[in-house]
Design a binder for this molecule. Structure first.
Ligand code: FES
Ligand SMILES: [Fe+2]
Length: 331
């Protein structure tokens, strides 16, 4: 299960797609999942496959008590995957008839899942960028899909040297005046508890000035761009969710401490959408679609951050897979 993307917490979609109690079908790294709210309103996730005859549970309905009812024979499962009602079979041993549950959360307007169905204790909580949850920030949300492998999208998001070229008419227009034909871009990388931070500057611009853009990488697939605005917070979060080979779901969350009126959200969203479209064109054209080992492409000094990601991908993530355990009790 979750080949190449196992045993990690990942945002998977915008929480607002889960209408009422659900259900909502979402594919993540080749696995079909179904989200719904249990009786307490808490988000739950199961494999979207009834243990009885393999029917998609997402075609069923959520009962008043917050159980997911299969559309075929109306078995009902709670958020932990336990069969709580098996019609016409009052003598069935229900403890053997469970669906597969995964740890799920709703944080910062996003649905999250831990990519393993295991009967081990609950994993540690996800590491979440503070700007996804701070009360004093206004946020905007975009969800789109690209025809690309998620690793190319992720590297694009961690790549600073493309900004003045791909984004010449958007965020890159502030960088272009700094460029001379013999300019040097400096790119640093620092490992952090959550992944890493990369900072970049051009020529002699003083990196200690505080007016720098930096990118945070939260393993396995979250990028946070800090856009320097004096005394304000202005961030763009880009989350690259693998759907299946050559398909990535891009979640883009803008966060700002100024102009917080929700009336202005469409403006900020439109500007982020323009940036996303500029990236989409180049990312979808990449060949091969999945990032290859570093030795298969040529690289230069300014590729520092993307090479760091590539190492993480090939050493930790790509070899990962989760055993197809059938049951997990979640709290
Ligand atoms: S297939 Fe789901 S209850 Fe029979
Ligand atoms: Fe970009």
């Amino acid at each position: 299960m979750f080949e190449g993307f196992a045993n990690v917490w990942t945002p998977v979609t915008l929480a607002r797609r889960l209408k009422g109690s659900g259900p909502l079908a979402v594919t993540v790294a080749g696995e079909r999942l179904v989200f719904f709210r249990d009786g307490t309103g808490k988000v739950s996730a199961l494999l979207d496959r009834c243990p009885h005859r393999g029917v998609a549970l997402s075609l069923g309905k959520v009962t008043k008590a917050g159980c997911l009812e299969c559309p075929f024979h109306a078995w009902q499962f709670d958020g932990g995957g336990n069969a709580v009602h098996v019609p016409l079979n009052p003598d069935a041993k229900r403890e053997r008839l469970f669906a597969t549950a995964l740890p799920a959360r709703e944080i910062g307007g996003l649905l999250w899942v831990f990519t393993a169905a295991t009967d081990q204790p609950e994993p540690a909580e996800p590491q979440v960028p503070d700007s996804l949850v701070r009360d004093d920030l206004a946020r905007t949300f975009i969800e789109v899909e690209w025809a690309a492998h998620w690793t190319r999208a992720m590297e694009n998001m961690l790549d600073s040297p493309h900004v003045p070229y791909v984004h010449a008419t958007t965020i890159g227009r502030f960088v272009r005046p700094l460029l001379k034909s013999d300019s040097t871009m400096h790119v640093t990388w620092e490992d952090t508890s959550y992944g890493g931070r990369t900072t970049s500057w051009i020529d002699t611009e003083n990196p200690a000035s505080g007016a720098l853009a930096y990118l945070d990488f939260y393993k396995p697939n979250v990028m946070v761009l800090n856009i320097p605005v004096p005394k304000q917070v202005f961030r763009m979060h880009a989350i690259c969710v693998p759907v299946k080979a050559d398909r990535v779901r891009m979640l883009v969350v803008g966060a700002r401490s100024f102009a917080r009126l929700s009336l202005l959200n469409p403006l900020f969203n439109a500007s982020n959408m323009k940036i996303v479209k500029q990236d989409q064109a180049v990312v979808e054209s990449s060949f091969p679609s999945e990032v290859p080992p570093a030795a298969d492409e040529v690289s230069v000094r300014t590729d520092r951050a993307t090479l760091q990601f590539r190492r993480y991908y090939f050493e930790e993530l790509k070899p990962s897979s989760a055993p197809p355990r059938r049951h997990l009790r979640v709290a």
